[in-house]
Write a protein that binds this ligand. Sequence first.
Ligand SMILES: [Zn+2]
Length: 311
Amino acid sequence: MSFSTDVRAELARIMPAKTCCRRAELAALLLLNGSIIRAEETILQVELDSAATARKVFLLIKEELGLQPAVSMEQRKRFRKTRVYLVKSVIMPGKENVLSNLQLTGENGVIGRQARWKLLARTCCKRAFLRGAFLSSGSINRPEGEYHLELILPDPGMALELMRIMSKLDLEARQVERKNTQVLYLKESDKIADFLLTIGANIALLDFENVRIIKSMRNSVNRQVNCETANLAKTIDASVRQIELIERIVARRGWEYFPPHLRDLAQLRVEYPDSPLKELGEMLNPPLSKSGAAHRMHRLEELADTLLEEF
Ligand SMILES: [Zn+2]
């Protein structure tokens, strides 16, 4: 199962406690998935891709609109076989304005929103509306891969509306047109985490954060390893140069050429070519600090250079 499916399944189980939020969430679901069919009877039809969401819409329509919905399932064949869940409610004559409770209009078969949008005045309701929108048209990548969350919306008006709502919730989305649809998306992991928190997808948020922590730990370990590798390479470069100098002098003058304190260090250098100066300093008797060993090695290199110039 995809991460999107997991998140949607979690959202489908959330039933908002307050009427204001239930209406806001139902409004989003109807705007994005609903239509009004006018035949012998007027029918409010909502088309959904999961049984859990259908059940939620069923309950919300029943409780908030006072209609008697029925759920059915259809097999559709587009690219591959897909199941579609339909929630249909008959709107009795004289009850045509039932959608105005949700500040929705139902003319010409399509569901639209009324100009004044008081339904979303409160923050709790904006969050519920956004949850409904994600439940209908959202998708999110697994955090193991590239960070990406998007909402695919049918028209620019709806995209603008949602963009404003998200902005009021401090979720700044970016917008792009794709195949006659409007896509709002988030790419930054912090923003995606905020989005999940805002719509109440707490289990998904935990999974997301766990993976994010592991990823960032792995990055910092990689950085550390790279840094250690670089330091080791530097140590070895210096060591190779020092050993070469020491061996050239020993070949010409023998170990006796070095004053005793420099000789100990020179011998350790040849014996332990991979060790950093700090460790060589610790092996000396008496031991030397890292800077003490570096200073002494510098003296040794100066002496060797002077001698080699004489040859
Ligand atoms: Zn509310």
